[in-house]
Design a protein around this ligand. Structure first.
Ligand code: CAA
Length: 240
């Protein structure tokens, strides 16, 4: 049996492509979702990948959910912290609720996802931690002070974990997708979206499978010396 991989937000969008790609590489995949039962059921029926429902913003739920995945499939050796939300608004209009929801899911949610898995990885001397950050954590974005703060914070988590895990055979890396053709990007007003695409040198949105490709690379046993890095996949829209 292949290694066990957990993908949060793994039944839709970029996460769906990641779950499918890891499965194709031979991993035993568990995908989490927060609320869309219908999409999760459809995804499971199509792929045979087991889905688990919990809110990554809640530590106790994450810990219990992870224990259930490990009871069902075995120790989690690859974790992809992918679940994320947007609550876009110019800063002068942003409410504390919009700020907190995004921080709780995209930043604290990454802690809640990795923290219960980390001790087992240390004991077994193997782990692959992959965090899906964003181009907007690198460059900032109008109307995304909350989201950009979390995605920049995710890079800080990865760089710190890379140092803590290196001697224990654990790598931690980030991927910064640019604008990818998912529901999240399709929710941007069309006129604004068109102007964003016009500024992507590739002249198009990215495909979820192009992010999944990066995850498979980092998840592989052969990627042990790639640690603390950030892979940008953005069609040449932004260089660090
Ligand atoms: N730069 C400068 N000005 C901008 C701007 C930008 N990028 N985007 C909008 N504006 C300006 C508008 O031109 C408009 O100006 P005027 O008032 O002079 O006409 C003003 O800001 C709009 O302000 P409003 O107060 O009317 O804005 P709003 O409350 O209606 O909010 C919005 C609109 C939420 C900003 C909307 O334009 C939007 O969704 N923008 C896209 C934000 C974005 O890129 N989000 C990324 C989502 S995808 C993602 O997050 C995935 C990932 O990782 C890449």
């Amino acid at each position: 049996m292949g290694r066990v991989a957990l993908v949060t937000g793994g039944s839709r969008g970029i996460g769906e492509a990641i779950s499918k790609a890891l499965q194709a590489e031979g991993f035993q995949v568990a995908a989490t979702y927060a609320g869309n039962d219908e999409a999760a059921a459809k995804f499971s029926a199509e792929t045979g990948i087991k889905t688990y429902k919990w809110n990554v913003a809640d530590y106790a739920s994450s810990k219990a959910g992870i224990a259930q995945v490990e009871a069902d499939l075995g120790p989690i050796e690859v974790v992809v912290a992918n679940a994320g939300i947007t609550r876009d608004a110019p800063f002068h209009k942003m409410t504390p609720e919009q700020w907190n929801e995004v921080i709780d899911t995209n930043l604290t949610g990454v802690f809640n996802t990795i923290h219960p898995i980390w001790p087992g990885m240390r004991e077994r001397k193997f782990g692959r931690v992959i965090v899906i950050s964003s181009i907007n954590g690198q460059k900032g974005q109008f109307a995304q002070t909350n989201y950009a703060a979390t995605k920049a914070g995710d890079l800080g988590i990865v760089k710190s974990l890379a140092q803590e895990g290196a001697r224990a055979g654990i790598t931690a890396n980030a991927i910064c997708p640019g604008y990818i053709a998912t529901e999240m990007v399709m929710a941007i007003p069309e006129k604004v979206r068109d102007s964003i695409i016009a500024n992507i040198p590739a002249g198009r949105l990215g495909e979820p499978s192009e992010i999944a490709r990066c995850v498979c690379f980092l998840a592989s046993d052969d990627s042990g010396f790639i640690n603390g890095s950030t892979i940008s996949a953005n069609g040449a829209q932004f260089f660090v």
